[in-house]
Design a protein around this ligand. Structure first.
Ligand SMILES: [Zn+2]
Length: 112
């Protein structure tokens, strides 16, 4: 059984205890389970962001290519808006991969 030291009085106590038997200090403010739960939430958040950016990138690139292509045929100037949308899409893809990488590294920390 693991032992910890009371933050207030320094007495060695069983880590399963909620209060220090010596001075009554509360000992369960940051247990490992709670930290893991919070970290898991961050992983899910990063994954959600990654998916959102990738969907946005696909939409922007598709609209940019189709719309831009059609506009380039009819009016060459408006076609450049399509190119701008494709560039935005590429930027979103990069952001998506960054969030995916973050989710991956957080997951690795949790599995350690
Ligand atoms: Zn104590």
């Amino acid at each position: 059984m693991a032992m910890v030291y009371c933050q207030r009085c320094g007495k060695e106590i069983n880590e399963d205890l909620v209060f220090c038997p010596e001075c009554g200090e509360i000992l369960v403010e940051e247990n490992a389970e709670l930290q893991e739960f919070r970290a898991q939430g961050k992983v899910e958040e990063a994954k959600d962001r990654a998916n959102m950016y990738i969907i946005l990138a696909i939409v922007l690139a598709t609209v940019g290519m189709v719309g831009g292509g059609l506009l380039l045929i009819s009016s060459s100037l408006l076609g450049f808006f399509g190119i701008a949308l494709v560039c935005l899409g590429i930027g979103c893809t990069a952001a998506g991969y960054r969030h995916e990488h973050k989710a991956g590294s957080l997951q690795k920390q949790l599995n350690r």
